[in-house]
Write a protein that binds this ligand. Structure first.
Ligand SMILES: [Fe+2]
Length: 207
């Protein structure tokens, strides 16, 4: 994907709204959500389509079937030197993620995905200094999984998963577009009474 038009757009939006919004960001700049019509116009349209394609791949791999996805909101993050994002999740969505538009060549800070509480509990309820070897932390018992993103790539995870972004230690900007996704089932009316079956029901009294 061509980086420059999107990068120009990002800095244009920041210039127009230098305060942005305060959310999970400790320092840094975060935009407000873009309206659907802006998301459907280039340069956002191209990245939105790329995100959706990847999201469908993820949901298919997970086992979803007969469904459609929708990006409900999408926003920009610029983390400059020393900026980070505190632990948070994305309520109201089923999937969340980030597209990495521009990353410093080093030290930009990984995305940390926190293990669900029941997994952390195994170690923390058992692990005092005598009965757990803290020097033996690995992917199985570590409380967090550090994901080191690559530029022009996308990561998607369950929206309920707690996560944080470590400090950017580089002088260059760490720029990502975050998003939330919801899913719609094509079997909604097989789960709940369909409008057809409820339009004229037989009164219980004559059964
Ligand atoms: Fe997030």
């Amino acid at each position: 994907m061509e980086k420059k038009p999107l990068l120009d757009f990002v800095y244009h939006v920041e210039k127009e709204d230098p305060n942005g919004r305060q959310s999970s960001n400790e320092g840094g700049w975060q935009s407000w959500d873009f309206t659907e019509s802006v998301c459907d116009t280039n340069p956002l349209k191209e990245v939105k389509n790329k995100i959706l394609l990847f999201a469908y791949e993820c949901a298919d791999a997970y086992g979803f079937q007969d469904y459609s996805l929708k990006i409900t909101n999408l926003w920009i993050n610029i983390n400059r030197k020393g900026d980070s994002n505190v632990v948070h999740s994305h309520p109201g969505a089923i999937l969340s993620g980030a597209y990495y538009l521009s990353l410093p060549s080093c030290c930009h800070g990984p995305l940390s995905l926190l293990k669900p509480f029941d997994m952390i509990h195994i170690k923390e309820s058992w692990g005092n200094s005598l009965n757990f070897n803290r020097a033996h932390e690995n992917d199985y018992n570590d409380d967090e999984y550090d994901y080191y993103p690559k530029e022009d790539s996308c990561v998607i995870f369950p929206a309920s998963l707690l996560h944080r972004v470590h400090k950017n230690s580089s002088d260059e900007d760490r720029i990502s577009l975050s998003f939330n996704i919801t899913a719609y089932s094509e079997h909604y009316y097989e789960i709940y009474p369909s409008p057809k079956s409820t339009t004229k029901s037989t009164p219980l009294s004559i059964i």
